[in-house]
Ligand binder design. Sequence first.
Ligand code: GLN
Length: 509
Amino acid sequence: MMDITSLPALVLGNMIKNREISVVEATKAQLDAIKQREPFYHSYITVMEEEALSQATKVQKRIDAGELRKSALAGVPMAVKDNICTKGVRTTCASKMLHNFEPSYDATVIERLKQAGVIILGKTNMDEFAMGSTTEKSAFGASKNPWNISHVPGGSSGGSASVVAGEEAFFALGTDTGGSIRQPAGYCGIIGLKPTYGTVSRYGLIAYASSLDQIGPMGRNVSDCTAVLEVIAGHDEKDSTSIHRKELDFRKALIDDVKGMRIGVPKGYLDGELDDEIKDRLYSAVKIFRQKGAIVEEFDLEMIDYAVPAYYVIACAEASSNLSRFDGVKYGYRTPNYENLQELYEKSRSEGFGSEVKRRIMMGTLVLSESYYDAYYRKALKVRSLIKQNFKKAFENVDLILGPISPRTAPELGEKTQGTLQSYRSDIYTVSVNLAGLPAISFPCGRDKKGLPIGLQLIGKEFGEKDLIRAAYSFEQAVGYERPTTLREGIDIVNSQETQMHPNNKSQD
Ligand code: GLN
C-alpha cells in the first residue's frame, strides 16, 4: 500500500483534487501515524483529532462544490506551533502559564490557511514562549528528533520540525525570532523559510520579541514551503508592522537555474566554533552551486561577533515587556494561594513561568532600567543598525549569502556540556538575520558521522524571497530529500526504538 503520509504536501493536494484520495482518508492516515509515532517523538502538545476530521468533511464538501479549485493545499493536513492562536483550541506556548488558554479568535495565518482548505491536525511542542534551542524548555517535556530519538529536534519550533520530518504532518508553521524555524529545520533535515519581517502577519502570534518575530513555513521540500508562504503572506491591517508587498506569487521562482547568481560566503562564518563536518558540507554546497553556474565568493561580513549579545539584549528587553501581560488576572495560570493583589501577581508569575523565561524577563528588565539603558539597550540598538548596514553593503555585491545554521548538529537530549551562554552563542549564524529583518531559507545538505542531518542556510536581501526559493529549489534538485532512516527503511519504529524510549517526558527546566 502507498505510504500516504510520506508524500509531499503539493502531491497530496493534487491527488485530492483528482479524486484519487479523499480529504477524510488523508486526514485519517495522518492521525493514525500520529497515534503510532507520538509516544516516541512527543512533538504535539495538542492533537485535534475530532476537529481535524470534521474540518476534513467540510473541506471535502467545499472541494466537491468546486470552491477550492485554485488552492493547491486544499485538504492537506498540517500542524501549527503552539504560540499561534487557534480559536477554541488551547494555545499554551508550552508554558504552565497558558496551559488552559483557549483563544477566542484565530491568528490571521490560521484564518488564511483555513480559507485555503488546509486541515489543522494539532499544536506542536516548543521551548516555552519560544525561548530556547532544543524544546527542552517546554513545560510539557522535550520533543525528540525523528532521525534519532535520543537527540533533540532543535528549537524553539522543534515540535514543528519533528512532525514534518517524522511524517506526522505534511507541513507545519513555525516562528523565527532568532533562528527558531531554520535551526530545528536544519537539525531534522527539512526546509524552513523565514520571511522578510512584515511579510507574514503576526496578528494572533503570542509575542516573544515583536521586532524580530516572524511566522514561516516548514516542509519537506522547497515547493511545499513556497506554496504555504503564498497562502500566509500578504498585508494585514490587524498587524501594524505588516507591509504592503506586491508580487506574492512566490511559486514562479521555483526554477532550477542559478546561472549568474552571485552567492557570498562570509569568511567569519568559517572559523572559530564551526564543526569541521559542517564546514565540509558547506564547501560541497559551494561546489554544487558553482557547477550549476552560480558565482560563489568569500567575503568579509563585519560585526558577526556582536550579533549574539545585541540579539539577547533586544529580545529579552522586548520579552520582558510583552510577557508583563501574564499576571494571573487576564489569562492562564493563577496561583491558588494569595492574600492580596501583589501576592497574586508574584506567585502566579513565579509558579507559571519556567526558569529560562524568568531569566530573560529579569535580563530584559535590567537592560531597560534607567541605570543600564544606555550601557546595554541603546548600544544594542546601535549594533543592530550597523548589522543592517553591513548586510546592505554586502548585498551590493552578492544576491545571496550562504552559511551554516548552527555550529554543530543536533545535541543529545539532556546534554549538559552546553551552559546557558554556550547555548546562546550557538545562535551566532541565525540571529543577525532577524536583527536585520531579512529573509532566509534553511535546507539539508547531507549528514554527519552519527547520521544526523546537516543544514545550511541562504540569506536574501529584503524582499528577496524569490532569489532564495530559486537557489534552494535548484540545490534541492541536485541533492534530493532524505527521509529519516527509521521511516525510510520501513522499520517498525515502535519495535525498533522501544529500548531507546524515554519512559516519561519530564521538563528539564
Ligand atoms: N534560540 C533563540 C532564543 O532562544 C531563538 C529563539 C527563536 O527564534 N524563537 O532566543
